[in-house]
Design a protein around this ligand. Sequence first.
Ligand SMILES: [Zn+2]
Length: 246
Amino acid sequence: MSTDIAVESIRKRYAGTRSVVSRFSLAVLLFLSIMGFPYTGCGIARLLCSLAFCLILSTIVNSRGVKRVLSQREPTQEEMARLARIEARLESAGIDPGQIKWRIGDLSYPACSVGRNVSIDEQVFHDLPDEGLAAIVAHELGHVHTGLWPFDRFFELLALTSTIAVATPYIIVQAILGRFREALRAVLGLFSRIWQWPQELAADDYAVAHGFGRSLSASIRILTAGQEEEPGGSHPPVGLRLARLG
Ligand SMILES: [Zn+2]
């Protein structure tokens, strides 16, 4: 595949539309949260309701998250052979990849990680060169290195739930005024700035410290070319990241 076609296919993919899967998941979550209301006297049910409410709100804003989880699969043998090369490249840069559990999926994001479970978008996996892919994985392992897995994920969920709970009256007032999406984006944007951006920048710094600054920067440029940035995103603005990556 030529570079032009590869970039074009990535752009198309990232133009993104809501999938049937995410709409279905949204309907299930809505159903669960409505069913949970009569039982809100029970602590666990209340917690589940809060989580479902949180998931619904974040699904409305970014329905790709659900699709991301449901689409993942084990890598094929051929893909594993390439991942072994990526692991060797990371080791040569002084990063211990440890026991990574690899997943490939239709993520609409280049990659994501939960501890050492690293998932890579299928299109990105096949279109980026080895060095670009290694740089993205270095960033993901930066999360493992700089975070406190699994506590960081637990606190993230807790922080997100609390932020939305505190901001609910504001969101309701704005919704009455016809500005629901804007209000939700503002709240999630604030959450991202306080909670997620520092972690993303720390993961970038980790990649830079191991010599992946330029290749990570090149990968981000390819993956974000022609895209408009959404306000309230989980990652810092592309301009800020590129400036720091050098
Ligand atoms: Zn990250």
